[in-house]
Design a protein around this ligand. Sequence first.
Ligand SMILES: [Fe+2]
Length: 276
Amino acid sequence: MKPEIRPSKPFGIIVEGKGINIHEVDVTWLRELVWNERLIVLRGFRTFTGAEDFANYCEKWGEVSVWPFGKVLELVERNNPEDHIFDNNYVPLHWDGMYRQQVPEFQLFHCVRAPKSGQGGRTTFSNTVNALENADSNTRQLWEKVTGHYQRKMEFYDSKTVSPIVDTHPLRGHSVIRYNEPPAKGFGDFINPPTLDFTGVSSDEAAEFHQTLRDALYAPENYYAHEWQEGDIVVADNFSLLHGREEFETKAPRHLRRVHVLSNPPLNNPRLVSHK
Ligand SMILES: [Fe+2]
């Protein structure tokens, strides 16, 4: 079954469900849409009875990545969180799996409860393929000089990753950006922040590097922030996009479920230097 589709601005596709059961929609077709458009928003479908039903659905997309907690991450604000992921603050742009042994190709999100209008908490996506295509050659050359060194210890891993900013898409061969964005105001009030270091340019150039890259990633033609509605399913191409989160009002009703689906064959993280 093929529901109606329309473009999302500035990239991606909105698929209108009109009450169709999501289990009845051809996943091969949806996967092609994500490959071509990098992001799809499935809205208005009959969705899942619970986390297990969602995980079973994700198996249709490919091999699901298993975490110490299982297949489904419950993204919901915690009381006294041990990590900023479970806080209500902004999450800088990054790619998923950057600290894991395998990097997932797809992220599937299901919105169980959505914040109300004005409460924040949009999930943010930057299309790095577009950002590179839209960059002038001097700017791109500056980005190409830089390597990011990232270290992060949290309940699920203790890892170090070293990646060029301009990297190659592991399946398609075109260029993509891999960057864990340092917050403009620093990690001051973040619980358990990562350690980030960038080499390859002088300190003067480093400031220009972060500014031009941030400007490009957040430019309206490259950036999409998804405002959740209950029942939304979003599938994103984690090899081509970076993503993050806007802060949200504490105790706002925000509950997302997230599953990682590996590529075929699975991608062993080419940039992982150490992992515990
Ligand atoms: Fe993430």
